[in-house]
Design a protein around this ligand. Structure first.
Ligand SMILES: C[S@@+](CC[C@H](N)C(=O)[O-])C[C@H]1O[C@@H](n2cnc3c(N)ncnc32)[C@H](O)[C@@H]1O
Length: 282
């Protein structure tokens, strides 16, 4: 597929919105975020086919993840989750995922890695409704609507808490970390996989420590994210062109990190960092 060059005032506006969104005040950001996700579901009439909302992970000098035929449309989204939980054994554990989105990660982990119980929480009721409809037959998975900063669970409820590509949008990351500590069992692990602009990454690591977590391991996955964006570009561009209204095309291409977007270049040139962490209560 041709590299898609994104230019012009509309693209610049889209770029600005995607870039500045996380800095807007919480009272503006939360309704906008809900609106954006509700819209995305409505635009995507083939919703059932899109189960991941992340940039993905592609192996470099290593084999692809082995997936059943029905899971092969979005292998990079699934691989990102595989990496996110690969730090610890998950079979027979009780796991909470904060910001489970369209449930692709929950479904992958529940079916392939067999936790005893997997709870996917998301702020968007549309996402939760769709997940309940699509994955209702999985006996070890449930979905709940809720906020990362106010987890609706008692203390010491989970062996692991997973969060993939979501904490950047939260109003108060320290409050989210405090909630994760509260619901995690003392021997539990917090499996955080996320991105930040280069100058903000050190601040995030400082916040992780300040919140009382020790960094047991840290993997820089930005090169794998770039590889995934390249390998998945054709599918994403085709989907965006078919489903997204014209006036949102540029903003959406930027959001999706298609080749030619600044987001894609930022991962490639190190301005945007992406790590997978295994964190333990210190
Ligand atoms: C980029 S998507 C990632 C979804 C999923 N983790 C994945 O990788 O496919 C971010 C998700 O975070 C959710 N989200 C945003 N703010 C949230 C909050 N404060 N509490 C819970 N979920 C939130 C959104 O609804 C969305 O589903």
């Amino acid at each position: 597929m041709e590299t898609q060059e994104l230019k012009g005032p509309i693209h610049r506006l889209g770029h600005w919105i995607v870039d500045r969104f996380v800095n807007l005040p919480r009272w503006v950001r939360l309704p906008l975020w809900r609106y954006w996700h509700a819209k995305m579901i409505n635009w995507d009439t083939e919703y059932d086919g899109v189960r991941f909302m992340n940039y993905g992970y592609a192996p470099i000098d290593a084999p692809d993840l082995v997936l059943e035929p029905e899971d092969r449309t979005e292998p990079y989204g699934a691989h990102l989750y595989h990496v996110a939980v690969s730090h610890v054994p998950v079979a027979d554990k009780e796991i909470l995922e904060v910001s489970s989105g369209r449930g692709g990660g929950a479904s992958y982990i529940a079916r392939y890695l067999q936790p005893r119980r997997y709870v996917g929480l998301d702020i968007s009721d549309k996402n939760v409704e769709a997940c309940e409809r699509i994955y209702g037959e999985l006996t070890n998975v449930e979905f709940v609507q809720g906020e990362a900063e106010r987890l609706p669970f008692p203390e010491d409820a989970f062996d692991h808490v997973v969060s993939v590509e979501a904490s950047r949008a939260y109003g108060d990351v320290m409050q989210f970390f405090a909630e994760v500590r509260r619901v995690l069992r003392p021997e539990g692990t917090f499996l955080l996989t996320d991105m930040r602009w280069y100058p903000d990454m050190e601040a995030l690591k400082a916040q992780i420590r300040e919140a009382g977590f020790a960094i047991e391991s840290e993997v820089d996955i930005a090169p794998n994210v770039v590889r995934a964006l390249e390998r998945d570009n054709e599918r994403k561009v085709e989907l965006i062109q078919r489903r997204v209204p014209k006036m949102f095309l540029s903003a959406f291409s930027e959001f999706a990190g298609t080749i030619g977007s600044d987001r894609y270049r930022a991962f490639a040139d190190g301005r945007m960092n992406y790590f997978s962490w295994n964190l333990r209560p210190a």
